[in-house]
Design a protein around this ligand. Structure first.
Ligand SMILES: [Zn+2]
Ligand SMILES: [Zn+2]
Length: 561
């Protein structure tokens, strides 16, 4: 590589109104983390940014329910999510929060910039007002019957049953969610972003993005066909970023306007914390930077249409180069529902299991092209029959054999046979294939290729049978083990994006130099543990998970239902 490729990776800001569940992880955070860890090994100049989304109605609704202030809610869940991300190994360069004064200032400046350029207009609208609560109701504070599928409990902004976007006035017999009474329409004003003016520019821009995923392209073309309309970017709640205009009392910026700006303010905060306060500009203002937004499919409209349009309006910043949006994760055949507690909470998972088996399940079943279904049985199966039986077993039995017969030292290479060379060639081939898959955001395929390399290693070890060679030809036995150890060293580095905790452990067991994270991806095929080097202490990489523990988890899930 001449100059390191510059990549700015973001993962959707999670709402600070509850703990993280596995659907969040599978949709955005694990795919992003895999990609980032791989790019770090490629020595890319990469910045990985995220933070808690602390504004918006879901947070005030939660606060109302618990009779506490929104600040109490966001403080609690910001701390919790930050810790959970660390425990599962999602390694952000910065994890910020949108309630910071820094973010408020940047968002208000962004709004004023667009306003000065004429891309924001004031508009009087008729909005539902609750007479008994004495307030205008934001969309999510209104519930009623969906005009499309006629299910009850549709929100003022969206029907969860049929997924259609709604306007509050479309609901049949709307009710105030706070007090249950029927609201009435009154006139108020809001500020609108002139999204319609960007339709042509957005279409041209997207037509040039040939490598975007089809789910994103198809979703957007549906929106373009319907025609983009100007969208209100202010709301009537008292929690959020005040609209920075003199006649805007009681109005805050719509959370979907300020949340993506959080990617910028998190980068600014990162640069400040590094002691290089201008460094964020190197990413956001440099057209050579590849900006990648990892999101779930429910966020496509904001990241692929509204956000790029606001960036185009502002004009200073780069536009996203890739938006790898994932489909949803279901649990045991049913849609995740936090209100019904049909979810697997990541912190609770981590109290029972190590992080890597869950990461592995999500990588092997990443909902890239269609929804995926998490079942505890399948989780157990993937762990036991792949991580433990294939990857863990190869490493454990070869290392224990070397301990017993070669004093836990790397045996001499001797003369390599065709079979040995074939294994080393397989390392080179897999390194290339896994890299190409990850460059293409194909995590599922990439982790499958990693496991195939471990299978190749197992087959080699069985076919060459060092335990037989030991009795008749000790030099040949040494060569087989030398070759196997070089495969392990390669695996330790190739595992890093997917199984970072186990990769670190394996590197320690091999007593590799420095950290496996200091290795370079393109050097993996040439990586050699030197002859005579003493290995580290052997540990079990992956333990099997017993039926009883899985049954407990299933019972817990069913009980909460
Ligand atoms: Zn509906
Ligand atoms: Zn009310």
């Amino acid at each position: 590589m001449d100059q390191a490729e510059k990549i700015l990776v973001t993962a959707a800001l999670p709402y600070a109104n509850g703990p993280l569940h596995i659907g969040h992880l599978a949709g955005a955070y694990i795919p992003a983390d895999v990609y980032v860890r791989y790019q770090r090994l490629r020595a890319a100049d990469i910045l990985f940014i995220c933070g808690s989304d602390e504004h918006g109605v879901p947070i005030t609704i939660r606060a109302d329910k618990e009779k506490v202030t929104p600040q109490v809610i966001v403080d609690r869940y910001h701390a919790m999510m930050k810790e959970t991300f660390q425990r599962i190994g999602v390694a952000f360069d910065n994890y910020s929060r949108t309630s910071l004064p820094l973010h408020h200032k940047i968002s208000q400046d962004f709004f004023l910039n667009l306003n000065e350029k004429g891309f924001i207009k004031e508009q009087s609208i008729r909005q539902l007002y609750c007479g008994s609560c004495k307030r205008f109701l934001p969309d999510r504070y209104i519930e009623g019957e969906c005009p499309h599928c006629h299910s009850q409990g549709a929100r003022g902004d969206q029907c969860e049953s049929c997924g259609r976007w709604l306007e509050p006035e479309q609901l049949v017999s709307p009710k105030c969610k706070i007090c249950g009474s029927s609201p009435e329409f009154r006139t108020t004003k809001h500020w609108y972003f002139r999204l319609s003016e960007f339709q042509k520019k957005l279409e041209e821009w997207q037509n040039a993005q040939a490598n975007w995923k089809s789910n994103v392209r198809e979703f957007c073309s549906g929106w373009f066909q319907e025609g983009l309309t100007d969208r209100p970017i202010t709301r009537d709640i008292d929690w959020g970023i005040p609209v920075p205009l003199p006649d805007a009392e009681g109005k805050v910026l719509y959370v979907w306007f300020d949340a993506p700006i959080g990617y910028i303010s998190s980068s600014v905060e990162w640069a400040q914390n590094q002691g290089t306060p201008d460094r964020w500009r190197d990413y956001w203002f440099d057209p050579k930077t590849k900006l990648v937004h990892f999101i779930g499919k429910d966020n496509i409209v904001f990241h692929a249409i509204v956000w790029p349009a606001t960036l185009m309006a502002h004009q200073d910043f780069i536009l996203p180069a890739q938006i790898p949006a994932n489909e949803f994760l279901n649990i045991e055949g049913r849609k995740i529902s936090t209100s019904r507690n049909w979810a697997v909470w990541v912190d609770e998972y981590l109290d029972v299991f190590p992080p890597d088996p869950l990461r592995y399940w999500m990588e092997a079943n990443a909902p890239e092209n269609k929804d995926a279904d998490f079942t505890w049985k399948d989780f157990q199966l993937r762990n036991n029959s792949e991580l433990a039986d294939v990857l863990g077993n190869l490493i454990n039995r070869s290392l224990s054999f070397i301990e017993k017969n070669f004093e836990a030292k790397v045996p001499p290479a001797g003369h390599l046979s065709d079979a040995d060379r074939a294994v080393l060639a397989a390392i080179a081939e897999s390194t290339k294939k896994i890299g190409a898959s990850l460059d293409d955001f194909q995590v599922r395929r990439a982790v499958g290729e990693l496991m195939d390399l471990a299978r190749t290693g197992n087959k080699y070890f069985n076919d060459e049978a060092p335990w037989k060679a030991l009795k008749v030809d000790r030099a040949r036995c040494a060569t087989i083990l030398y070759t196997t150890l070089q495969l392990h060293a390669a695996l330790a580095v190739l595992m890093e994006p997917f199984l970072p905790f186990s990769a670190e452990k394996l590197w320690r067991m091999l007593n590799g130099p420095g950290s496996h994270r200091d290795q370079k991806w393109f050097d993996v095929p040439n990586l050699r543990l030197p002859e005579g080097q003493t290995l580290g202490n052997r540990e079990i990489l992956f333990s099997k998970i017993e039926d009883a523990i899985i049954e407990e988890q299933v019972a817990k899930l069913r009980q909460s239902d």
